[in-house]
Design a binder for this molecule. Structure first.
Ligand SMILES: Cc1cc2nc3c(=O)[nH]c(=O)nc-3n(C[C@H](O)[C@H](O)[C@H](O)COP(=O)(O)O)c2cc1C
Length: 192
């Protein structure tokens, strides 16, 4: 089944490390023949939330918001790559997520988290799970925590240790299973 997965990344820091995790996951999803969009808030430069996308009249949303809405509408699942800032998610990620709503509905999400420390951002991941549920993109059971992010990947975004791929494979298997299942079900209609 043809699938499109959007990978949402949330750090805009000049020395951000998590982009390595986002690019690694983009590669691994792409290697399965799935179309990917890596959404980097630095590229789209959404303002701090004023109006949500749905609050604009048709055709009047700012161009980057319109572009994102189109990408999200065409996506069959969302892979969210979150760092951990004071035990929660980065503000640019929350800002990006909050701009949209309908575009997420009845599509699965999966959380990859990372941090400089040994816990791999799991506290932020747990917060994010609640947010994704509210947004209507139910999170899958598996999470993919990546501790000590600075030193995890080489310059080609390949993991330095082979075990890293093992957990990633299982994590992506689950996301893709749900993405295929929900896509087939969406094609028969959605409850609202
Ligand atoms: C504002 C801020 C808060 C942070 N809070 C945490 C934290 O609660 N737990 C943690 O493990 N690391 C924390 N860190 C360290 C981050 O895990 C580390 O800097 C990581 O690289 C941030 O992701 P980024 O580089 O993609 O922005 C924090 C970093 C920043 C900038």
């Amino acid at each position: 089944m043809d699938l499109t997965i959007s990978i949402l990344y949330g750090s805009v820091r000049s020395e951000r490390q998590g982009i390595k995790a986002a690019k690694y996951l983009e590669k691994r999803v792409g290697e399965r023949g799935i179309k990917t969009h890596l959404i980097d808030p630095l590229e789209y430069q959404l303002p701090f939330l004023d109006k949500m996308y749905k609050e604009y009249a048709s055709g009047e949303a700012p161009a980057p918001m319109e572009e994102l809405a189109e990408i999200f509408r065409a996506s069959d699942g969302f892979l969210i790559v979150t760092g951990e800032y004071n035990h929660s998610i980065p503000p640019a990620l929350k800002n990006l997520l909050d701009h949209f709503q309908r575009e997420y509905l009845f599509k699965p999400s999966a959380i990859a988290s990372y941090s400089a420390g040994i816990y791999g951002g799991v506290r932020a991941a747990v917060h994010l799970r609640v947010i994704l549920g509210e947004l209507g993109m139910p999170p899958i059971s598996s999470m993919r925590p990546l501790p000590k992010i600075e030193d995890k990947f080489d310059e080609n975004f390949e993991p330095k240790k082979s075990q890293i791929d093992r957990s990633t494979t299982r994590f992506l298997d689950e996301l893709i299973w749900y993405a295929e299942a929900l896509k087939a079900k969406r094609e028969k209609g959605v409850p609202f």
